[in-house]
Design a protein around this ligand. Structure first.
Ligand code: IMP
Length: 189
């Protein structure tokens, strides 16, 4: 395998500059929407894919806030879901009564987010909003039901490609790409 990262990429869908501009816009919107809330919102990143988006996003939100992580296992090392996800790393913080913003890299079938929302609801959160960097609405299998007065924030609508970069992997590689791209076919193995 060649070690030059960029040479694995067939095409770039969003550049680093486009990503950071969009993240700043979403952060401003969240700042506006939550500035009158009585308590600081809790940003819950879905590991591992959301780690870069979560970091860039919270740096731009001009409010006191808390951060936690959760992990839901649903993908093997390929590009197809292996069915209903399960929670393999739970939250550290108590979320009862909190306004949670679930931060996800990409919504595909919606199964992962639905499972996480149900999990948070069972813990007694006041609201759940979704902040997904990418959305593939054409692939949705389940309707995503927000909790309370939760909102749905998204970065971009993604065409039906398996994408990598900005936290997203193929077989645990390419998360460190600062842009979003599609791999050359020989690397999807
Ligand atoms: P869902 O449960 O089908 O909505 O899948 C959500 C998870 O699948 C995301 O958090 C990603 O980890 C993974 N995923 C879905 N599509 C892609 C993609 O195009 N590239 C990388 N990971 C993806």
């Amino acid at each position: 395998m060649s070690m030059s990262l960029d040479s694995h990429i067939e095409k770039v869908l969003w550049t680093q500059d486009q990503i950071l501009d969009r993240v700043a816009q979403i952060a401003s919107q969240i700042t506006l929407d939550f500035k009158a809330a009585p308590d600081p919102p809790l940003f819950v990143g879905v590991a591992t894919g959301a780690f870069l988006f979560l970091a860039d996003l919270v740096k731009k939100v001009q409010l006191p806030l808390s951060v936690d992580l959760v992990r839901a296992q649903s993908y093997g090392s390929g590009t197809l879901s292996n069915g209903a996800p399960s929670i393999s790393l739970d939250l550290k913080l108590d979320v009862k009564g909190k306004h949670v913003i679930l931060v996800e890299d990409i919504v595909d079938t919606g199964c992962t987010l639905s499972c996480l929302i149900e999990h948070l609801e069972a813990k007694g959160v006041s609201s759940v909003s979704i902040c997904a960097f990418l959305d593939k609405p054409t692939r949705r299998k389940v309707h995503i039901k927000l909790v309370g007065d939760g909102k749905f924030y998204k970065g971009f609508e993604c065409p039906d490609y398996f994408v990598v970069g900005y936290g997203m992997d193929f077989a645990e590689l390419y998360r460190n790409l600062p842009y979003i791209g599609v791999l050359k076919s020989e690397f999807y193995k």
